[in-house]
Design a protein around this ligand. Structure first.
Ligand SMILES: Nc1ncnc2c1ncn2[C@@H]1O[C@H](COP(=O)(O)OP(=O)(O)OP(=O)(O)O)[C@@H](O)[C@H]1O
Ligand SMILES: [Mg+2]
Length: 523
């Protein structure tokens, strides 16, 4: 196994006989069709040694498909891949890994019932590690996790970890193959500031050793922070490759969408009415939330910001009756939550939009129209039956889908066949289909592109103007700061700051995150 000093080091130079100017990897004329969808259409891409090359494009543009081809996960219909000047044809992901191309995929490949160490070694070469005793294996995994700066126990069962932690395991697994080309598909989608920083540190370290990184993100800030070049894709095609240093955010968005945006975050009028959610001294049974009190009123957006880990998601899960309580009270419309099931809360006009769309939010193997019109909760399905006859399922679903620009909108298509961002849009659209007054959003814009974000924010604005109460839990700091009328800052399951409108600033929120003692004086 490589240690920190040697990881990727011998790749700083091209192999003997290969010119320095030869790209580390190039893909040319790559096409791939899925049924009626031309996901990639003669796409071109090249990667230099030691660069971070960002792939940028709207949801469904073909980014994941391209990296799936590069990483050997799918076979292209046409086109060629060249690594270090040699044409390669990867049979599968293992084959690509042997040639030094490893990916951390958007949807993880971890076995949920196995431990962290078992998962990490599942991806490793058996001849290298097969003979290791458990204690030794554990020590190596612990050492690798520590080296990459990830605080995770090797013996934890993967399904018990948060999404961010699972991502770290996936990353560790990819890094241990000592790749020369590392592909990261939205690696920070569920990480927050601090984890993102350490991920960036790791990426820079790898680059300094000559590893080429293909990086997919929808976050403009990240492109600026970490990218060297950006290739923009639209409808499966190559649009342009530009240098980050000489390209504005505005022009990137224009290349991507073919149009420009004047204002990203809408002005949302604050018109607080009655209290509809009232939480007092809440402590959850698992201890993740401790002694928390807050209220949500109609006509306002309450933001909840904090680092990934115990706390902020659990606060709204508890409001939706999904977390057993140890002490304290939660009232929704004056009624006690522990006595109300999630199904009952839905009937009362409460929607919870989970951050875990794959396991909780969507029925992946069912057609889109069913996902849009029915809730996955059985009770509601029955209670909506009469209503569904009135508004025909199909026209209703297509209105919802169009509203959030699900593309290409095909109501009979299984949700699993949509790109990641489009799945997220389907889940949000689903929540719009009911007469709902209280919206609990957990990471609402994970993985969705700039244009759809503007739609989601516009949608939240309309909800608030119509008198809804909205809670947004988000680790995307600009998002939660710009949308919220009031912002709760959470650290280790406790509310450490409660900031109103004009007083919301990045410095103040960060001080809350990290516990700097003069947080409250930073107005
Ligand atoms: N297995 C599949 N079966 C059918 N269609 C697919 C499949 N995988 C991808 N597609 C389609 O190919 C197109 C490109 O999808 P892809 O996942 O590459 O987009 P993306 O750029 O990664 O989007 P996002 O930003 O939402 O992740 C989309 O229209 C998608 O619906
Ligand atoms: Mg994708």
């Amino acid at each position: 196994m490589a240690d920190a000093a040697t990881l990727g080091q011998e790749e700083a130079d091209p192999p003997v006989g290969v010119d320095r100017a030869t790209p580390l990897l190039s893909a040319s004329g790559i096409s791939k069709r899925f049924g009626a969808v031309q996901a990639l259409d003669a796409m071109n891409f090249d990667l230099k040694r030691g660069e971070v090359h960002v792939l940028f494009g709207e949801n469904g543009a073909g980014k994941s498909t391209l990296i799936n081809v590069i990483a050997g996960a799918i076979q292209p219909d046409q086109g060629a891949l060249v690594v270090d000047g040699k044409v390669v044809r990867f049979r599968d992901v293992q084959d690509a890994r042997r040639s030094g191309v490893a990916a951390m995929f958007q949807e993880f490949s971890l076995a949920p019932d196995l431990t962290v160490e078992e998962n990490i070694f599942l991806g490793a070469e058996p001849r290298r590690y097969g003979f290791l005793r458990i204690a030794e294996r554990r020590a190596r995994v612990r050492e690798a996790l520590a080296r990459f700066g990830f605080a995770i126990k090797p013996t934890s069962i993967v399904s018990h970890l948060s999404r961010a932690e699972q991502q770290m395991v996936e990353m560790t697994k990819a890094l241990l193959t000592e790749p020369r080309v590392l592909i990261l598909d939205e690696p920070t989608a569920s990480l927050s500031q601090k984890e993102t920083e350490s991920m960036f540190g790791l990426v820079r370290h790898l680059c300094s050793q000559g590893v080429g990184i293909i990086y997919i993100t929808h976050r403009m800030k990240e492109i600026e922070a970490i990218g060297d070049r950006v290739t923009i894709m639209r409808d499966g095609r190559f649009v342009k490759t530009v240098e980050v240093a000489t390209t504005s955010q505005k022009s990137l968005v224009e290349f991507m969408t073919g149009r420009s945006f004047e204002q990203f975050y809408p002005e949302i009028p604050h018109d607080p009415g009655e209290v509809v959610v009232d939480v007092e001294n809440l402590t959850t049974a698992n201890g993740c939330v401790s002694q928390v009190s807050f209220q949500v009123r109609t006509g306002e957006i309450l933001g909840i910001a904090g680092l990934v880990g115990c706390g902020k998601s659990e606060m709204i899960r508890a409001v939706f009756g999904l977390e057993p309580l140890r002490s304290g009270t939660i009232k929704v419309n004056g009624r006690n939550v522990p006595t109300l099931s999630p199904g009952k809360l839905l009937e009362m006009g409460v929607a919870y939009i989970t951050s875990d769309r794959r396991n909780e939010g969507l029925m992946l193997l069912r057609p889109t129209k069913e996902n849009l019109t029915l809730s996955s909760l059985g009770q509601v399905e029955l209670s909506r039956a009469g209503w569904l006859k009135i508004a025909t399922e199909k026209s209703f679903a297509s209105r919802l889908g169009e509203r959030l620009r699900v593309r290409p909108l095909d109501l009979d298509k299984l949700v699993v066949k949509y790109s990641g961002g489009n799945q997220q849009k389907i889940m949000i659209a689903k929540a719009m289909g009911r007469a709902t007054r209280i919206f609990l959003f957990d990471e609402p814009t994970v993985g969705i592109d700039v244009s759809a974000r503007v739609e989601v924010y516009g949608f939240i604005k309309e909800l608030v103007a119509a008198g809804a109460a909205v809670v947004v839990v988000s680790s995307d700091l600009p998002e939660v700061m710009n949308l919220s009328h009031r912002l709760l800052v959470v650290r280790n399951g406790e509310i450490v700051d409660d900031v109103g409108g004009q007083d919301i600033s990045e410095a103040r929120v960060l001080h809350g995150f990290f516990g700097t003692k003069d947080a409250a004086s930073l107005h």
